[in-house]
Design a binder for this molecule. Structure first.
Ligand code: GTP
Ligand code: MG
Length: 195
């Protein structure tokens, strides 16, 4: 999947702009700044493929990438706090939710959670939306390099407990670091198994 060329296809700002729903796709959702774009770069081994930055609200469009076997991989704008005008943020937030609940070919949403912070109320809102829309989702913990070993178990426990209440959630968690590479190969294998 990641062995062949991975290409940026397009950035989408409205549902009408989505590419034809003629093939399976996966997406990365999560709070602003959680590390969605960085994870795409780590998975594809292409540093500047998806634009990442320390400013929450960096990704402002639904960005489509094509994977080697023709699947689409989608980088989403973040939810929650963003450094952008309120009216603009509200527009992406609506688009993001419409996309997550309404994309027929969306096979799995990866919901990224900062390993230091665990699941926040805004994450629960998105998870509830995915439950209602019957979109399977899987939690990926990010920035594992920033968490101390003694805090890992506590966060993992919080996440497992919260996920138990979500029928659309996969129980399997993946702990990743885009910086250090932890969990990246595991996540590639998981994605390769999605058809
Ligand atoms: P938005 O597009 O604004 O929603 O953010 P995003 O979720 O795409 O986050 P992005 O990938 O832009 O990363 C946000 C910040 O976190 C950047 O400064 C990254 O360098 C940093 N970051 C991302 N992943 C990791 C990681 O695994 N470890 C560490 N230490 N920093 C990370
Ligand atoms: Mg981004």
């Amino acid at each position: 999947l990641f062995a062949g060329p991975v290409d940026f296809l397009k950035g989408v700002v409205a549902m009408e702009g989505l590419p034809p729903d003629d093939r399976p796709e996966i997406c990365f959702a999560g709070r602003s700044n959680v590390g969605k774009s960085s994870l795409i770069n780590a998975l594809t081994n292409r540093k500047g493929l998806a634009r990442a930055s320390n400013t929450p609200g960096r990704t402002q469009e639904i960005n489509y990438f094509t994977l080697g076997d023709g699947h689409y991989m989608v980088d989403l704008p973040g939810y929650g706090y963003a450094e952008a005008p309120v009216a603009v943020v509200e527009k992406w937030q609506r688009l993001l939710r419409t996309y997550l609940a309404g994309r027929a070919t969306l096979r799995r949403a990866f919901v990224l959670i900062d390993a230091r912070h665990g699941i926040k109320p805004v994450d629960e809102d998105i998870m509830a939306l995915l439950d209602t829309a019957a979109v399977s989702f899987q939690v990926v913990l990010t920035k594992a390099d920033k968490i101390k070993d003694k805090d890992r178990e506590r966060v993992l426990k919080q996440v497992r407990e919260k996920l138990a209440a979500h029928p659309a959630a996969y129980p399997e968690l993946v702990l990743t670091s885009s910086e250090k590479g932890e969990g990246i190969a595991t996540l590639r294998t998981i994605i390769a198994g999605i058809d």
